[in-house]
Design a protein around this ligand. Structure first.
Ligand SMILES: Cc1ncc(COP(=O)(O)O)c(C=O)c1O
Length: 435
């Protein structure tokens, strides 16, 4: 496993950013520094540690599955999100999504199947570890979260990429990929579909609920030939960072989802990335396996941090913080998109984000964006780092990676740096054209 695992591209991108003072990085998924909740965290910790009754359990080992209070509060929060999202679905979509006629229902997440992890990254890792053997196949979105591709590589898994549309996976392409796998006799190796279904990293795309229903059904149709369940790993890391448009229900609202859907999310993005607490709601059969594996990893996520988050949720501090964060990212997204309109050629296309931290841009056909491309080098020379789009495509022999896309994040850069970074990118691009 050690030999299979190479440095993730993020390491190189971060080293590059650090080694060039003055470089503006719109590449990393870091969050906004000035909004990190320093004062609220100090007050919450103070409250927690000022009485022995609350300090002792926070400073002691806990259980592998996580702090019961945080698990309960997390399940309640998810239930509330789901109820609101299902409540605003048009009636036609509610019934359309229910094969056999029974309308979909808001999920009632069971805290007994909720596992707290060290960042949601650990949950993603545990799922791969629990489910997959080397040579197994995972279906991924094109493009996808490139750190997931590191997990895939470590475990010796193969990927099949499925094209994305502005409202989520392309259903005809998913059907085609599944059909090709069936014809090649490879369905028994397909273990799961990994999807970042809200404000996706890197594309910003949110999957429409009616598509989720169709995707679950397509996968179920393949299970007899696969000989086992095919799971959906729904990564909802950015769900709470929505700043416009309605929230979509998760896969959990679909009939039959409880034993097919692994739902993961995190407190990193909506509260503080440094706290590194994430969680997953798993089907019962996978839950025990994941808890045992987590026992091998670390026998439990840091209690102090879990108790801190439970306090943040129970006191309303979390919700208050999140409301401010949403306003902040809405503004930063607008600034980034505005700078792109001002400084970059009209031939560039992208979808304005409704949440999350990212804008994904497509350049005209022949303009390359990769690590060795003239544009990437020129952007570096002008002091700007972006994510070359090809890094976000899984290795898949069935298709070529598009080489003319790039990822930009408005998470960490300051407002002036967002404007200046895009001005530099525009300069770099125009410089190429005049050469
Ligand atoms: C799509 C996605 N999933 C999961 C994670 C992991 O985040 P964390 O481990 O902080 O919860 C990230 C982090 O950037 C992400 O972008």
């Amino acid at each position: 496993m050690g030999r299979r695992t190479t440095d993730p591209p993020i390491t190189w991108l971060m080293q590059t950013a650090l080694s060039r003072p003055g470089l503006i990085s719109l590449a990393a998924g870091f969050t906004d520094n000035p909004t990190l909740p320093a004062r609220a965290t100090r007050q919450l910790l103070d409250r927690l540690l000022s009485r022995r009754a609350t300090a002792e359990p926070a400073l002691q080992y806990g259980s592998t599955a996580g702090d019961p209070r945080l698990r309960r509060l997390t399940a309640e929060r998810l239930a509330a999100l789901e109820a609101a999202a299902v409540g605003q679905l048009p009636a036609a979509v509610r019934t359309l999504c229910a094969p056999g006629g029974s309308p979909c229902q808001p999920a009632e997440p069971d805290a007994a199947r909720l596992l707290m992890t060290h960042g949601s990254q650990q949950l993603l890792y545990l799922v791969a570890e629990a489910l997959c053997d080397p040579g197994d196949i995972v279906l991924v979105e094109d493009p996808t979260y490139f750190v997931w591709l590191g997990i895939v590589q470590s475990h010796g898994l193969q990927c099949r990429g499925v094209a994305m549309e502005p409202d989520g996976l392309s259903l005809p392409h998913l059907a085609q990929v599944l059909d090709e796998l069936r014809q090649a006799g490879q369905l028994p190796r397909v273990k799961l579909l990994y999807t970042v279904s809200y404000h996706q990293n890197p594309s910003g795309i949110t999957t429409a609920f009616h598509k989720k229903a169709a995707i679950l059904e397509l996968l179920r149709d393949c299970e007899r030939r696969a000989g086992h369940p095919i799971y959906i790993l729904e990564d909802a890391a950015y769900r709470e960072l929505r700043f416009s448009g309605p929230d979509e229900p998760s896969y959990l609202a679909l009939p039959g989802a409880a034993d097919r859907v692994i739902h993961s999310s995190t407190f990193s993005k909506p509260f503080a990335t440094g706290i590194r607490v994430g969680w997953g709601l798993l089907p019962a059969v996978l839950y025990q396996a994941a808890v045992r594996l987590k026992g091998n990893h670390d026998f439990g996520t840091a209690c102090l941090l879990q108790h801190l988050l439970a306090e943040a949720l129970a006191s309303g501090e979390y919700e208050r913080h999140l409301a401010g964060l949403r306003r902040r990212y809405a503004r930063k997204a607008q600034i980034l998109a505005g700078a792109m309109r001002e400084h970059l050629p009209d031939s560039l296309s992208w979808q304005d984000p409704a949440g999350g931290l990212y804008i994904w841009a497509k350049l005209p056909g022949k303009t390359r964006t990769g690590l060795r491309s003239p544009l990437f080098q020129a952007a570096l020379d002008h002091g700007l780092l972006y994510v070359p789009g090809e890094l976000c495509y899984a290795p898949d022999p069935a298709r070529q990676r598009p080489a003319n896309e790039l990822g930009l994040s408005f998470g960490n850069a300051t407002e002036p740096d967002l404007r200046e970074g895009i001005r530099r990118l525009g300069q770099a691009w125009r410089g190429l054209k005049t050469k």
